[in-house]
Design a protein around this ligand. Structure first.
Ligand code: NAP
Length: 497
């Protein structure tokens, strides 16, 4: 039976890897999700055959867990709106970290329970051998260090180290992801800094490391509990101050941490599917974190310990001048007579679900011989690849979609740059104003285009809360309204020509 279990884990791991590979392109992503999902179903169901699982109670508990979690995920997955996807991803990511930490907790508590028994058995054997009392034998064993070797003694040093590391990483990913979820869901202020935040973070981290080391040697459940609590606290303290431009970096970091925690705990309980899946997710998440940090121009240590990138302490002055607006119809007609147009989508396009109307509009422009391209900022929207997914869903060909570094120089040669629902990713303050909280974040240089059309409902700030001078530019026209309605108006205007 064990052979079947191990083979199933291997097959599940292969499905995870193939699934992840397929997810790297929008064309095959749907297939990739199905493969990875099938791997997960296999890895879950094979638990019933695991040699360590026996007794009716265990089977009933597994069925209840699968039914409750599967039912909840099915229900929430079906009703979640496209704009709520990022917070759902953050939530599920947190669950992964929490599950890994829970496995570590169970293993450690099991180890603590077996420690006294182990000592008792050895003391009784020694008492019988040496013809002394059990108390004397216990005292002699304790004097030799038995019973004080703690969790490491019961689990083995390698397993204990990985279990402890996985526990810390998992608890941080769990509590941090919950805070990220609350922020993305608008339940919490984007960024909250407590006085001396950097010191607090460093102290909590140092204490967590200290209690991690103590946990290795301890036979006290209290030490283990304090260690877990410190991990949870550190996750909260890391995520609470994050605002402005750092959110994408921290979300992908938590993603990577969850993968690592699962991999470590997989080693601790000897589960190869968890080791492979965790390592793959950890590696992919680490690469994504690096990409995001590079895209935001932010060293990771700054994100973790500094709490910069928040809108607190913003000293940049408010924009001067007035916004000039234009109707959707006039904007559409102007673009119909342009030669080159670049469209920059942002979070507001997802809110308005305007991608289909925008693509209809672009096809009309192309019929008239206008050259149209899409420019995607790496952190546009609320999750990595957010805009690519929306454009793919609308049927925009991939060769029309360009990354920031590939298209940024073309804005200066463009007749009209159309910004639909984007704000922070086109804010010139990030490039020009050293006092701005988002200074240093690379942006799409839409302000260099001959004309800029900004489609949004009002003049307000974006995710970072920083005012946008672009809206007041000489060459900027605001097209006020919901993204989908405005795009519909532009379509009608061009059709009427
Ligand atoms: P943004 O700065 O959040 O701005 C979005 C704009 O869309 C808003 O200013 C809003 O203005 C407009 N909008 C909202 N609903 C709309 C509708 N129905 N129709 C038209 N416009 C609408 O978006 P962004 O430029 O894409 O920048 C992304 C931000 O999110 C960055 O700060 C990034 O750091 C952060 N973030 C990204 C990720 C990621 O992984 N991509 C994750 C977390 C956070 P009105 O209210 O005036 O309409």
């Amino acid at each position: 039976m064990n052979f079947v279990v191990q083979l199933s884990y291997l097959l599940a791991a292969v499905l995870f890897i193939l699934g992840l590979k397929a997810m790297s392109s929008p064309r095959t992503a749907r297939k990739g999700i199905m493969w990875a999902g099938a791997g997960m179903v296999l890895a879950t169901l094979v638990t019933f055959l695991h040699p360590a699982v026996h007794g009716l109670t265990n089977y009933v508990l597994i069925v209840i867990a699968i039914a409750a979690a599967g039912g909840l995920a099915w229900w929430s997955g079906r009703r979640v709106g496209m704009t709520e996807m990022p917070q759902m991803v953050a939530l599920y990511n947190g669950m992964g970290g929490g599950a890994a930490a829970a496995i570590a907790a169970v293993e450690m508590l099991r180890a603590l329970r077996t420690l006294p028994n182990d000592l008792q058995v050895r003391a009784e054997a020694l008492a019988a051998d040496a013809d002394i009392s059990v108390q004397a034998a216990t005292a002699a064993l304790r004097a030799e260090g038995a019973g004080s070797v703690g969790i490491a003694g019961a689990l083995g040093a390698d397993v204990a180290i990985l279990a402890i590391l996985g526990a810390f990483i998992g608890t941080v990913a769990f509590s941090g992801s919950l805070i990220a979820w609350a922020k993305l869901d608008g339940r919490m202020k984007r960024s909250q800094l407590v006085p001396g935040q950097q010191i607090v973070n460093i102290v909590v981290f140092a204490l967590a490391v200290l209690f991690g080391i103590l946990t290795f040697f301890t036979d006290s459940a209290l030490v283990v509990a304090v260690f877990f609590a410190l991990g949870l606290l550190f996750g909260v303290f890391v995520a609470v101050p994050i605002g402005g431009a750092d959110m994408p970096v921290i979300i992908s970091l938590f993603n990577a941490l969850t993968g690592l925690a699962v991999g470590f705990e997989g080693y601790a309980i000897g589960n190869p599917a968890m080791i492979i899946a965790g390592t793959v997710v950890g590696a992919a998440g680490t690469l994504l974190t690096q990409l995001m940090a590079k895209a935001m121009n932010r060293p990771l240590t700054n994100v973790l310990f500094a709490g910069w990138g928040s809108s607190e302490g913003a000293t940049s002055e408010g924009p001067e001048g007035e916004m000039k607006d234009i109707s959707a119809e006039d904007a559409g007609i102007m673009m119909a007579y342009a030669e080159r147009v670049i469209i920059v989508p942002g979070y507001g396009m997802a809110v308005a679900q305007a991608q289909h109307k925008i693509w209809e509009f672009v096809e009309l422009l192309q019929d008239r011989g206008v050259e149209v391209k899409f420019a995607i900022h790496p952190v546009a929207g609320r999750m990595p690849g957010h805009m690519n997914v929306l454009l793919a869903e609308a049927g925009v060909p991939y060769d029309m979609i360009f990354d920031m570094e590939d298209i940024n120089e073309e804005f200066a040669m463009t007749d009209v740059a159309v910004v639909i629902g984007a704000n922070d990713v086109v804010n010139p303050a990030a490039r020009d104003d050293p006092s701005s909280p988002i200074y240093g974040m690379p942006i799409l240089n839409v302000d260099e285009a001959e004309n800029v059309m900004v489609i949004k409902r009002g003049g307000g700030a974006g995710f970072s809360g920083v005012e946008n001078h672009l809206f007041y530019g000489e060459n900027t026209r605001m097209v006020f309204g919901d993204g989908q309605k405005v795009a519909g108006g532009m379509v009608q205007a061009v059709k009427g020509l």
